[in-house]
Design a protein around this ligand. Structure first.
Ligand SMILES: Cc1cc2nc3c(=O)[nH]c(=O)nc-3n(C[C@H](O)[C@H](O)[C@H](O)COP(=O)(O)OP(=O)(O)OC[C@H]3O[C@@H](n4cnc5c(N)ncnc54)[C@H](O)[C@@H]3O)c2cc1C
Length: 413
């Protein structure tokens, strides 16, 4: 039988659900039940950042998020310093890299989720692993969960925090089936679209570049007009391009249906351009291979690919060409255009745009405007950000915020 405590169900034991559960369980008035399809909490969480778990970012700003609303006040309330303090209070030390990306000091997502799973146990959170919630419905003012395998002791709740994530990476048990219940309850939700994904390029020409990796400035063009420029690491694959530089614009490609999209890539930083130009000018009295100039700053396979595209043979020496022709060749490295076929699907996207609409909940409480006592957290709402710890920050911060919203709803001080 359920006791007289305030019964709260949390759906999803990712970072959002875990931090909501840990925050709520600090108040003795609440009995917290946490449900997840996976046998242990934090399955996706443990694999983040290539296993290193890039947990927040010291430079987080509202305008960097791809979200349906303004997060400035929210982020002021839940800044990275606060998230690091909370992590520390649960025994997770963090470390900041030179560019402000924050990791656990152990650089291990597995360590982080193990520590947090033990904290959940110590905090007496009822964890229902290997349990899928099929339906959320209202019984009067209380919430009813249908789940399997069922425990008849825990079916009706005073409040529910939904933290069930998105459709991204189904191979780590992403599941969006609870959105059917949200639609039945009349909650406004937007369809999920892949974000932080690689891009598929048209044609097979790029096989030659597969595996090439470098920093570059990438501009997305739709209908030949520049939409967004991002600088970052770029990785050519056998089918297209990946890495932060394209992942951070992939959601914009996913938003374009039947519109021609292209990438314009600048492989040369200003510094590299100056260096190569200086070399060219200095080599006018010597038979220096033109290729060598570009090899000073760029990978060989990329150099050969672009020179071939520009119709320049590998035997060309600097003294063979005029400065004007040299500038044109240089330009080929600065404005390399490729047509985009599509964005990679949910299986290859790290998160999603879409989910519970910004119009459907209050900030900072994360509470449904329609159904008091129903809260949302993490990636299931229409907020996601670029690579660099933005998404774990949002998941953790919104999980804490939803729990604090729930505490404020039930406890008067
Ligand atoms: C490969 C990869 C690497 C990433 N690396 C980073 C990184 O380094 N830094 C960063 O900031 N972000 C990273 N992300 C994004 C980040 O992992 C997510 O944004 C974050 O996990 C979202 O947290 P969440 O708690 O909202 O959802 P999730 O972590 O997805 O957790 C939701 C949980 O709910 C469960 N669930 C769903 N429906 C049901 C149901 N009906 N019944 C029971 N359980 C259910 C799911 O199985 C899941 O366990 C990465 C993502 C991927 C895929």
């Amino acid at each position: 039988m359920q006791s007289n405590e305030i019964q709260v169900a949390i759906l999803g034991a990712g970072p959002a659900g875990i931090f909501a559960a840990l925050t709520l369980s600090q108040k003795k008035q609440f009995e917290v039940s946490l449900f997840d399809i996976n046998p242990r909490p934090g399955r996706k969480f443990s694999q983040t950042g290539s296993g290193r778990c890039n947990i927040t970012n010291m430079g987080i700003r509202s305008e960097d998020y791809f979200s349906g609303g303004d997060l400035s006040d929210f982020l002021e309330r839940y800044p990275p310093e606060k998230i690091r303090e909370v992590l520390s209070s649960f025994g997770i030390a963090t470390i900041e890299t030179e560019d402000g990306w924050v990791y656990p000091r152990s650089f291990s997502g597995i360590n982080v989720t193990e520590i947090l799973a033990n904290r959940l146990t110590i905090s007496s959170v009822n964890f229902f692993g290997r349990t899928k919630v099929h339906k959320l419905s209202m019984h009067g003012k209380r919430f009813h969960l249908d789940y399997f395998p069922k425990s008849s002791d825990f079916v009706n709740f005073d409040a529910v925090i939904l933290a069930s994530g998105s459709k991204a990476f189904p191979q780590l048990s992403a599941d969006d089936s609870i959105f059917t219940s949200l639609s039945d309850l009349g909650i406004k939700c937007l369809p999920f679209r892949p974000a932080l994904a690689g891009l598929l390029l048209r044609g097979k020409t790029f096989d030659a570049l597969s595996g090439v990796r470098l920093d570059a400035e990438v501009t997305l063009l739709t209908r030949s007009k520049p939409v967004k420029t991002v600088f970052g690491n770029l990785i050519f694959t056998s089918r297209g391009v990946n890495g932060p530089a394209v992942m951070n614009i992939s959601h914009l490609v996913a938003d374009q249906k039947n519109v021609s999209c292209q990438l314009s890539i600048n492989f040369l930083s200003n510094e590299a351009e100056r260096f190569i130009t200086k070399l060219f000018k200095a080599s006018q009295h010597r038979s220096l291979p033109l290729r060598d100039l570009f090899l000073s700053c760029l990978p060989a396979r990329l150099t050969d690919f672009i020179l071939a595209k520009a119709g320049v043979s590998q035997e060309t020496v600097c003294t063979d060409i005029e400065f004007g022709s040299f500038k044109k060749i240089l330009n080929e490295f600065k404005t390399f255009q490729v047509p985009i076929q599509d964005v990679e699907g949910f299986r290859n996207s790290q998160c999603c745009c879409g989910g519970v609409s910004f119009e459907a909940f209050t900030l900072p409480e994360m509470e449904s405007k329609q159904i008091p006592g129903l809260f949302f957290a993490g990636e299931m709402v229409d907020v996601n950000g670029p690579c660099g710890g933005y998404n774990l920050h949002w998941a953790i911060a919104s999980g804490i915020a939803a729990a604090e919203g729930c505490i404020r709803r039930f406890l008067t001080f």
